[in-house]
Design a protein around this ligand. Structure first.
Ligand SMILES: O=C(O)CCC(=O)C(=O)O
Ligand SMILES: [Fe+2]
Length: 361
């Protein structure tokens, strides 16, 4: 990939910044440093079109408070959204707007701290319960992505950074609400596969489910056409519930095209993760998504990944395996999958492909 043309002063070697925030706060940048130039806008070969399309919407209130007919309709709709998109918007979820705003504000306050303060959590390993960093995994990447992150384990054991002071209480409430929503969605999704709810809780040990709260910040970028917020990847969990700060940038892959996501006000975005693809024996596939950056506004997203317990060996549900649909994946302990995903380059669905036994049907 040809590097972009840079002004002479940018060629003086300097230590790489600790974070994109540090890089962009320090000076008014006119161009992106070479290691962040992950795209070549002149190379149009292989670039897929980006389109606008309506994303499925799920009315959560009908799942929890609807009549039996309404519930079965919404379960059917949910199943279709999982099968055709692996991605949907959730409306009427009942999580107060003040809590969503407070979570975004508190996450912003975390990123606004001095680098030394955040550096306390500069985790080395995926099993560190609080991990602050930049890009995806600097030890295996030779490029940098235009995002900083915070990842916090919030279940089965709840952790929180000590600062900002509001973080603990807000993230506790926020994660309890999103986990409850995630469990309800999982019940509906499981039902849409014709499976018993109890089987799911047992098979995936959901009482001890692994829940990770993530924060992403994508500061304004002087050359957004050269940089990438996050490259195409799937998430490892069962479901990811995403909230953004009103600045768009997420794209999902649908029927071979990239679709720009413009969420409805007050909605959450939900995507299917690799472990749903595994347990459903490939019926509901994890969706590729990526984040682009822009030159105007700081984008932030908060992710809640709900996953099996770390010690569960996840394999396809036996009820979904038949002569016609042979077993698609070998079983793997969820914790091991997580370590593999986090220790390698972020590249599409490469970790899922590692345990795949057959080509997709
Ligand atoms: O910021 C976004 O919209 C996407 C974030 C994401 O895909 C992730 O954290 O895995
Ligand atoms: Fe993701």
């Amino acid at each position: 990939m040809a590097p972009p043309t840079l002004p002479h002063s940018s060629l003086i070697p300097s230590p790489p910044p600790n974070s994109v925030k540090e890089l962009t706060d320090a000076a008014s940048l006119r161009s992106v440093p070479p290691q962040y130039a992950t795209r070549n806008p002149d190379n149009t070969i292989g670039i897929e079109p980006i389109i606008q399309e309506e994303i499925p919407t799920v009315d959560f209130s009908l799942l929890t408070e609807g009549t039996p007919e309404q519930r079965s309709q919404v379960v059917h709709h949910l199943g279709k959204a999982c099968e055709e998109w692996g991605f949907f918007m959730v409306v009427n979820h009942g999580i107060p707007e003040r809590l969503r705003e407070a979570m975004l504000d508190s996450m912003k306050e975390f990123f606004d701290q001095m680098e030394e303060e955040k550096g306390e959590y500069a985790g080395k390993h995926v099993t560190d319960p609080i991990r602050y960093g930049t890009s995806f995994n600097l030890t295996v990447e030779d490029v940098r992505y235009w995002r900083d992150y915070l990842k916090v384990f919030v279940h089965p054991v709840f952790y929180s950074p000590a600062k900002p002071p509001s973080f603990r209480e807000i993230s506790k409430e926020y994660t309890a609400c999103t986990r409850a929503m995630g469990m309800e969605l999982l019940r509906g999704i499981w039902e849409s596969l014709g499976l018993e709810e109890n089987d799911m809780t047992k098979a995936l040990d959901l009482h001890s489910c692994f829940h990770l709260l993530g924060g992403n910040i994508y500061p304004p970028c002087p050359q957004p056409e050269l940089a990438t917020g996050l490259p195409a990847h799937s998430d490892y969990g069962l479901l990811t519930i995403l909230l953004q700060n009103g600045v768009n940038g997420l794209q999902v892959k649908h029927s071979g095209n990239w679709v720009r996501v413009e969420p409805l006000p007050n909605s959450f975005l939900v995507n299917i993760g690799d472990h749903m693809e595994i347990v459903s024996n490939g019926r509901y596939k994890s969706v590729l998504h990526r984040a682009e950056v822009n030159s105007q506004s700081t984008r932030m997203s908060i992710t809640s990944a709900v996953a099996p317990s770390l010690d569960t060996i996840v394999e396809p549900a036996s009820q979904l395996v038949s002569d016609e649909h042979p077993v698609m994946f070998r079983g793997m302990r969820f914790g091991e999958f997580l370590e593999l995903q986090q220790a390698n380059r972020l590249k599409e669905k490469s970790i899922l492909d590692f345990i795949r036994l057959h080509a997709e049907w």
